[in-house]
Design a protein around this ligand. Structure first.
Ligand code: ASP
Ligand code: MG
Length: 410
């Protein structure tokens, strides 16, 4: 007998028929003898609808009251799913975040989970009941309702799975797993059977938005295997798990990319202590998040400095950089708002050299100029002109044979 946490997103519970389908899936798991805890999102579009309602009444809604409103979406779906299970004769109990005691801090609209008192859930499970918990919400020390930020139900599921020491946390969604890259760009992209927490974090933060990043962090920290799978089709999905030291993983697991990047350069700044801080300090204060940073080797006591930001922040960053340049007596400032980032991700890189070389060679063969490079232990990223993004991703997918399953994965 296994303890399984299942999470269903907004589309999976988007109408009564779909809720009935979810009830069937929950029943099937329960009938197999597993203990089942189900976390649900609000019906698709509902959280947006509630947000719009709030904004129609108050242009800047009070955060505490907004959470009181937003939390209702999930309260509807736990009740509906439980009704559907009751009808099928399945013993079930639904709980809101406050009732299970998903304790959070008081950062309304983006609260973080501090602790879960899962005693009640455990008692229900021991009594043979299915437990249905509202995703995305919790309660703070004052007893106030909080919500966890958009997509937060994934995190509820992972946190509950960790608290219950579940055998697996299954995230049912509208895709059937995690792919080697975005299939809209590379039709040959392949669903991965497994990927490590570390790799998934790199893939997610780089734009492959399959599930909320905090859920992966939670699962990784507490070592709960996470499985992403389709709510509509049968299949084993993708298992996100720890690295198995006894099993040789594939060299490269996937290619992540992001389109909406921009780069800025400040030329001829004094090559002396404190300069990086005097450039990036004010950029950070302007609330602009900096991604890649490159400082050139100095020549004649000056140096150049290039960094990337999200495209939405480009104008703001450029303006600040001009002021900074004047203060530092820099020679020039330039920028390019039409760049993209491509990253190869794989824990196999740790033990293999030559990945970066092969990547650069592949891009060179396609005549793609690399504008910036950065590497970490399990990732190599390059910045290229935006117009080469698709070409670059396709060429790399082929060069690293990502369309074929490596033997290590089988
Ligand atoms: N209903 C919330 C949202 O739309 C939480 C979730 O779906 O995970 O963001
Ligand atoms: Mg979601």
């Amino acid at each position: 007998m296994a303890l399984i946490v299942q999470k269903y997103g907004g589309t999976s519970v988007g109408d009564p028929q779909r809720i009935e389908r979810v009830a069937e899936k929950v029943m099937a798991c329960h009938d197999r003898g597993d203990q089942v805890v189900v976390v649900v999102s609000a019906m698709s579009g509902e959280t947006d609808r509630l947000l719009a309602l709030a904004r129609a009444v108050a242009r800047r809604p009070d955060p505490r009251e907004l959470d009181v409103l937003l939390a209702t979406g999930e309260q509807v779906t736990i009740a509906l799913l439980s009704l559907a299970l009751h009808k099928r004769g399945c013993p079930v109990r639904s709980y809101t975040g406050t009732q299970v005691q998903i304790l959070t801090d008081s950062a309304f609209n983006k609260a973080r989970i501090r602790a879960i008192d899962a005693e009640r859930v455990r008692r229900d499970l021991a009594a043979g009941r299915v437990v249905v918990v509202a995703g995305f919400q919790g309660v703070d020390g004052e007893g106030y309702i909080t919500t966890l930020g958009r997509g937060g139900s994934d995190t509820t599921a992972a946190a509950l799975a960790a608290a219950l020491k579940a055998d697996e946390c299954r995230i049912f969604t509208d895709v059937d797993g995690v792919y080697t890259t975005d299939p809209r760009v590379v039709p040959e992209a392949r669903r991965l059977r497994r990927i490590t927490f570390e790799e998934m974090l790199e893939m997610a933060s780089l734009g492959s938005k399959v599930l909320q990043i905090r859920a992966v962090e939670f699962a990784g920290k507490y070592n709960v295997p996470l499985r992403v799978l389709s709510a509509f089709e049968d299949g084993e999905g993708t298992l996100i798990t720890y690295e198995d030291p006894d099993m040789e993983g594939p060299l490269i697991s996937g290619i992540a990319f992001s389109r909406d990047e921009a780069k800025l350069t400040i030329v001829g700044v004094p090559d002396e202590p404190g300069v990086a801080y005097r450039i990036l300090g004010p950029i950070g204060e302007a609330n602009v998040e900096v991604d890649m940073i490159v400082q050139n080797v100095g020549a004649d006591s000056t140096t150049d400095f290039t960094f990337t930001v999200h495209r939405n922040d480009y104008e703001k960053a450029l303006e600040r950089l001009r002021d900074i340049a004047a203060e530092l007596g820099a020679r020039d400032v330039s920028g390019d708002p039409r760049i993209a980032k491509i990253s190869l991700v794989g824990v196999g890189m740790r033990s293999h050299v030559g990945i970066a070389g092969r990547m650069f060679q592949t891009l060179a063969r396609e005549g793609i100029n690399i504008r910036m490079i950065s590497t970490s232990e399990i990732k190599v990223s390059v910045v290229v002109d935006e117009k080469y993004l698709e070409l670059g991703v396709r060429a790399l997918h082929e060069a690293f044979a990502l369309d074929r399953e490596s033997m290590a994965e089988e």
